[in-house]
Design a protein around this ligand. Structure first.
Ligand SMILES: *[C@@H]1O[C@H](CO)[C@@H](O)[C@H](O)[C@H]1NC(C)=O
Ligand SMILES: *[C@@H]1O[C@H](CO)[C@@H](O)[C@H](O)[C@H]1NC(C)=O
Length: 476
């Protein structure tokens, strides 16, 4: 934190803040009781701050009161800021002991309950089996927050490390009464500039522990701020358009257009390539010069280019499970710098286009972005189906915006049905298979060759006609 010139105003403002907090807590503890008599017996929140994306693992032991009706859902609360930055929320029930632990996933959806105070937004974990009265269950919740590490200072030179702020609450924000709770923050190194103390608070090496706190009223929130060094590459794909073209003649062609930005502290001053290359351990610590893309196995005809042309500095490693493409932009990326590029590759049709039991065909590809450890602000996937395809239907395991359009390419008569899927705030956890089902009559495969044949045929007819025509102005 920046040192303040006088500590008196700070003291007064923090006192005011405390009073406000106390008032807030007392008002909201009388908020309407949510479904069932749920309370959190114990909660452990582990926040992973080592990357550019914040990952939170929450273990909640919840109990339904003895006289309460069955509960079918457990609510999770987020502040409005967190809600905006939330990329994914997953929940599972842990079953069995230690080694034989199994995780049974629960559905999670944004809740329409508007009862949360302070504009807090709720998600509900829909329990796969209702929680009866006096029953206890343990939920494992995992969520990802993007753009939640604020570089401070906001501008650094080539030789400065990158420091960031992270804000959260020492106690668990929850619509329920929390009996016992701890929060752990994991930093990438032990260079921690400062952290808010909310006793008991302790630090061991790279980890800061808040709590154990007891008996927290519903909707308690105690703001904390940590300031620490984080030189992880903050790779942000501002926009990614992935185009998948299916040809029943044996190929799936994928073209991906990237608009990439280094989302960390902005670079100031001049960039010295000499210093960058000669002292890599202290120069440009938070910059990055290569990225790894995980592509499906058996890719072929891989290319990587930008507006200038092909970039040869890419390496492809392939085995039977996956292919890894390491790409190196023309210059290292420093905070605030941009680059745009295109990756293209072909995939064997039989691996990715299958026939379903009802006779329809479907594509089975991976959603999300193949670049590892990046956040995509705006993702568009266009699946261009072969000409003559009908009734497309996309199956994606989370909410996406979708529509159907028609696109044209060479020799097309009626155009190709194209399924467009859009999603904002996409992270690695979104890289899961998705399907696009469609109806296709094999006779349409003949359309293109027939067009070609008739074109050639017409050409010859025209030639013959021309040769047989007497166009000369000759006197007979
Ligand atoms: C770029 O590379 C691709 C694939 O290797 C190749 O097909 C294309 O002709 C190359 N383009 C240029 C301009 O070199
Ligand atoms: C899609 O492919 C994945 C493997 O990449 C496989 O596990 C999954 O079962 C496939 N889904 C369908 C519906 O074929």
């Amino acid at each position: 934190m920046a040192p303040s010139p006088s500590s008196l105003p700070t003291a007064i403002s923090s006192l005011l803040l405390l009073l406000l907090l106390a008032a807030a807590v007392s008002v909201y503890s009388s908020s309407p009781v949510l479904e069932g008599g749920i309370r959190v017996v114990s909660a452990e929140k582990r926040i992973d701050l080592t990357g550019s994306i914040v990952k939170v693992f929450l273990t909640l032991k919840v109990e339904n009161a003895a006289a309460a009706p069955e509960a079918s859902q457990v609510l999770l609360a987020f502040t409005p800021t967190e809600f905006e930055r939330l990329a994914i929320v997953k929940a599972a029930r842990a079953e069995g002991r230690r080694k034989k632990k199994m995780y049974i996933p629960h559905a999670v959806k944004a809740s329409d309950l508007a009862a949360a105070p302070n504009g807090h937004r709720l998600y509900s974990v829909l329990l796969s089996s209702a929680l009866k009265s006096a029953e206890v269950t343990t939920l494992e919740v995992f969520y990802v927050l993007t753009h939640s590490l604020e570089p401070f200072p906001a501008e650094i030179t080539q030789s400065d490390p990158q420091l960031v702020y992270y804000r959260d609450s020492a106690v668990l924000l929850s619509p329920y009464h929390v009996l016992e709770q701890t929060t752990y923050l994991k930093m990438p190194s032990n260079r921690v500039e400062s952290f808010t103390r909310v006793d008991p608070t302790s630090r061991t090496g790279t980890e800061v522990k808040y709590g154990t706190y007891y008996d927290q009223l519903p909707n308690s929130y105690v703001p904390i701020l940590v300031h620490y060094e984080n030189n992880y590459p903050f790779a942000v794909v501002e926009e990614l358009v992935r185009k998948v073209e299916i040809s029943h003649w044996g190929n799936v062609q994928i073209t991906e257009q990237y608009k990439l930005r280094h989302g960390g502290a902005r670079h100031k001053g001049v960039f010295s390539r000499l210093e960058y290359q000669s002292r890599p351990s202290i120069s440009g610590l938070s910059s990055f010069k290569n990225l790894l893309a995980r592509l499906p196995p058996r890719v072929h005809s891989v290319y990587y280019r930008d507006e200038i042309g092909n970039i040869s500095s890419s390496h492809l490693r392939s085995d039977s499970h996956k292919s890894e493409l390491e790409i190196e932009p023309r210059y290292p990326l420093f905070g605030g710098w941009h680059c745009t590029f295109t990756i293209g590759y072909g995939l064997p049709l039989q691996d990715f286009v299958l026939e379903s039991d009802d006779g329809r065909r479907y594509t089975n590809l991976t959603f999300g972005c193949p670049l590892l450890d990046t956040v995509v602000d705006d993702l568009t996937i266009k699946v261009v189906l072969p000409e003559g395809s009908k009734n497309p239907q996309a199956v994606v395991p989370f909410v996406v915006e979708q529509h159907v359009e028609t696109s044209y390419s060479y020799l097309d008569v009626v155009g190709r049905t194209t399924v467009v899927l859009k999603k904002k705030n996409v992270v690695g956890e979104h890289n899961v298979p998705f399907q696009v089902y469609y109806e296709f009559k094999p006779i349409f495969m003949l359309a293109e060759p027939l067009m070609l044949i008739s074109a050639v045929f017409l050409f010859f007819v025209a030639c013959i006609a021309y040769l047989h025509m007497d166009l000369s102005i000759r006197k007979s």
